[in-house]
Design a protein. Structure first.
Length: 135
């Protein structure tokens, strides 16, 4: 009987250790999702140039969408519906098709997190100027 208790305790302990090792820290999760460090402040001006070269083909020059991708000036993409981290994650890892007919968004992992911060700043500024949300 003692052997069963000892084995059970060992299995439970091992499961806890493995679980703890497999759990990502907040910092690891953000790094995996392409979120820049907290010292990085996005510039909408720099983001406009990056957006034009990397995003506008699918999402439209004015974020109005195209036959290739959805409009980013849409309440569905406002911060209360789509977090900045979700945008970083989509840039780094791509995104599955959800609400629109455009198919999955391919990864743009070549855009470093520090540069992605500028893109996010530009998107949020454009959304704010179009009245989608107010900070």
């Amino acid at each position: 009987m003692n052997n069963y208790l000892v084995r059970g305790a060992l299995v439970a302990t091992l499961a806890l250790v493995v679980s703890a090792c497999m759990t990502m820290t907040e910092s690891e999760r953000k790094q995996r999702h392409g979120v820049p460090s907290t010292e990085v402040v996005g510039s909408a001006i720099q983001g406009q140039q990056l957006y034009a070269g990397n995003c506008a083909f699918c999402h439209g020059k004015q974020m109005q969408g195209s036959r290739m991708g959805p409009p980013l000036k849409h309440k569905m993409y406002a911060p209360d519906q789509l977090s900045d981290e979700a945008i970083y994650r989509a840039i780094k890892l791509g995104a599955k098709q959800r609400h629109w007919r455009f198919g999955a968004m391919p990864s743009r992992s070549y855009i470093r997190p520090e540069k992605a911060a500028h893109v996010v700043a530009y998107i949020r500024q454009a959304q704010q100027h179009s009245g989608i949300y107010q900070p």
